[in-house]
Design a protein around this ligand. Sequence first.
Ligand SMILES: Cc1cc2nc3c(=O)[nH]c(=O)nc-3n(C[C@H](O)[C@H](O)[C@H](O)COP(=O)(O)OP(=O)(O)OC[C@H]3O[C@@H](n4cnc5c(N)ncnc54)[C@H](O)[C@@H]3O)c2cc1C
Length: 652
Amino acid sequence: MSFDGRSSEMATVDVLVVGAGPVGITAAIALAEKGVHVRIVDSNLAPVILTKASGTQARTLEQLPERVVAAMQAGSVTALMARVWENTDQGKAAVLSIDMRGRTDTFEGVLAQEQWRTEKVLSEYFETLPGVRGRMKIERGTKLVSFEADDLGVTCELDTPAGKQMLACGWLLAADGGRSTIRKALGLSFDGETMDENFLALHATFDGLGECCWSDGIHTTEVGLSKGSGMAPGLFFSMPMPEDSPRAQLLIVDLDEAQSASFLTGEADSHGRPLLRPPRDDEVAEIARVRGFGTSELRVVPGSVKWCTGFKVNSRLVEHYRSDRVFLCGDACHCHSPLGGQGMNMGMQDALNLAWKLAMVVRGQARIDGPLLDTYEAERRGTDERICRAIERAAHGAASRNPLVFFIRGSLQRLAGMLPALHGTAVRAVAMQIHSYRDCALSREHWERPPAFPPLPVSRIFPAGGYRRRQNLYRWVGHRIRAGDRLPNFDLPGAQQGLPARRLYPYNHGWMLLLCEGYAHENADLARNLSSVKILSAAELNALGKEIKSYSRGVIETVVTLPASHPALEVLGVQAQCLMLVRPDSHVALRSEPARLGSVLRYLESAVGVKGLSWDRAGCPPSSPRFDYLPVVVWASVAAAAVAIQLRRWPR
Ligand SMILES: Cc1cc2nc3c(=O)[nH]c(=O)nc-3n(C[C@H](O)[C@H](O)[C@H](O)COP(=O)(O)OP(=O)(O)OC[C@H]3O[C@@H](n4cnc5c(N)ncnc54)[C@H](O)[C@@H]3O)c2cc1C
């Protein structure tokens, strides 16, 4: 690649990723796997061994390459229960227990391991990718010093172990963490708040845990809220850690003023984080014990503290995720309380959302000035903002020392404990499987209505009106997977698709076209009311899928046909014959009923900006709006006329 006006001696690359934390490496993998020439640099000389993000959620795991997931599973434990404890004068009681088993349709529970292990697995995978192995490594000790972006690319100044280097790249990806220099250089505001409380996080092995952290032989992640004699009002949060399980835990506690004063030095490190004096094992145990963690016999195994840090919780969101040719993702865009284990997961999903879009543009499949790249900010900032706000509310509620808040919070938790119907939604929310891009520009639905005027025979006018009403009701309130939703997991039909019989996830392919045969009586209704629609058999649908794929200029990689007997139709909320176009990050992009070549190609051209598509545009009627004004105006006029006639007849 060359960029106009730049020295021919300057190194060039499609995308430069700055920051080799979990987010940057995920982005580099996803880009390199799609054939993008990528470089990834990090200012640290060597990987940093920190426990930090210990929980990886189902939605992240299902999008990662299978080899990465297998390596992560091999070195981790999985927390399958979540429990909330209340510690008061009356003793210690579990007010809410949630069993995470069977609640998500891919990975159960929360996979727990130290962040440095996750980063190690990701780096090893990246460095052994076919286009990367032997040619490239994560460039450590290399710092982005400055950059300048223009219409054609970004010129970056790198400080490398071998000296200064200038690099021309098409796109710059800032995964440089919460103190992002790129965000600051762009002048983007990072508004939000810093909570008053000081927190302490530590990774250690404990004796005397009692019932804590382990329930009927399964690992639990726990939240404890304490007040009363012998207890320091506040909270703890724990997550099992792989080695020495279940005794090894990542524990986060908030410190009250007295504890802060005795434990923190009052000084700050270069990042502004409060500096701790090295904690003694007995101090660590005491702080945890007075929060109700473990039993009164709680003891830290001597020499077992692997990581201990103090921090304040920031809750912030960047103003924009994109500035022309520079994109931000991960902690560079958002930060919040670590309770709930979402931060790294959100960042990795930012990276996965952006990577396929950027790859389509870099590879020349999608127009550079098209709408695709702008959808990154709309989709991810909206989702991240909702998560940040929810965590912010929960963090304030959990950290409050007000006795009334303690009482209301405990009552609500007890009530939630008695309503297991809520548990599934709560687990799927934490697993991040409920997030949808429904209202975003890349999510579209194509529906057709019966013609409003002749040639519709008069006898068909009322049935067609009824069909349209049913269709709209189903669109508004019907239980169905909509454009923007995550595609649920189901068994793919086997060999006839040329695919091995397997579950959809771990999902690791490009765009997928899903053709659904639909149920016979719904198909008959569809054909009766939309005269231009021909209902296809499963084999004909498959042929249509292949035709659409051949027209898609390499965008669609997989075609799957679901026959009427397939149980997934129920999960997807399919009625009549339809198709779904599924994005590489497994969100439904287009839902089209009926299944038409034209609706897919029109979508790819207008919503995605795919170049060079050609098809018979007349072959696909326009999509119908959700609301028809004409019949409403006609019926309202008829009703108004009837009322007027009645009023005239009324005796005065
Ligand atoms: C106690 C604690 C517990 C947590 N638990 C969880 C959890 O359970 N689950 C979860 O999802 N999240 C959790 N998090 C949050 C998680 O750690 C972060 O969200 C995650 O590290 C963000 O990753 P990142 O790649 O965006 O940034 P980082 O991990 O901060 O990586 C940024 C990288 O960029 C590099 N860099 C910065 N500037 C430059 C430059 N100019 N040039 C080159 N390199 C540069 C840095 O050296 C660094 O390696 C927790 C955090 C804490 C503190």
